[in-house]
Design a protein around this ligand. Sequence first.
Ligand SMILES: Nc1ncnc2c1ncn2[C@@H]1O[C@H](COP(=O)(O)OP(=O)(O)O)[C@@H](O)[C@H]1O
Ligand SMILES: [Mg+2]
Length: 197
Amino acid sequence: MYKVGLTGGIGSGKSVVADLFKQLSVPVIDADVIAHALVAPKQIALQRIIDVFGVEVLTATGELNRAILREIIFNDPVKKTLLEQIMHPLIYAEIDAQVSTLQAPYVMIAIPLLIETKMQSFVQHILVVDCPVALQIQRVKSRDKLNDSQIMAIINSQVSRAERLSQADSIIDNTQSLAGLEQQVHRLHAKFLKQRQ
Ligand SMILES: Nc1ncnc2c1ncn2[C@@H]1O[C@H](COP(=O)(O)OP(=O)(O)O)[C@@H](O)[C@H]1O
Ligand SMILES: [Mg+2]
């Protein structure tokens, strides 16, 4: 199956673009949704996280306490790597398992950290959603309860806009209206239908 990796910085418009492809009946797999499901109670990923980080990362009801885990890895790059070593292979294996059940000309896989995790070769085509950092900040601010410095911290933890664009096979310019976005998605859809494997 021809795998298109949809990536972009926080607030660039990945979810909006993914929805537009869904409207064209393209199967969309979301790496974030998979990551979430993998740490549900009784899942192997959660057990491995407990083995490494201890039961302190659980809530009273036995669920993963994301806020505590986020804080731990934010302050400790070694632990961040440990968590990634648990999660990334499981996430990519689950994506492939889901892909293998699909029958479609191509699949769109939303992977926010595709480039950060150096998994470019996992997909046949890298589709980057792009807009200036100022617009990312503005959009995230109206979507989430985050202030400028919190948003900048996330943006700075991701690859730079220039680096991401340099890795792109196709780019969606999301500086304009949603109508313009739809037009670009339709053009790309026609292209991906021709490139199917
Ligand atoms: N072209 C656009 N015009 C207006 N609002 C937009 C546009 N693109 C995205 N948005 C809004 O900006 C926010 C961020 O977009 P989203 O798709 O959630 O980004 P991402 O998934 O990349 O973090 C959302 O609230 C979305 O509705
Ligand atoms: Mg999103």
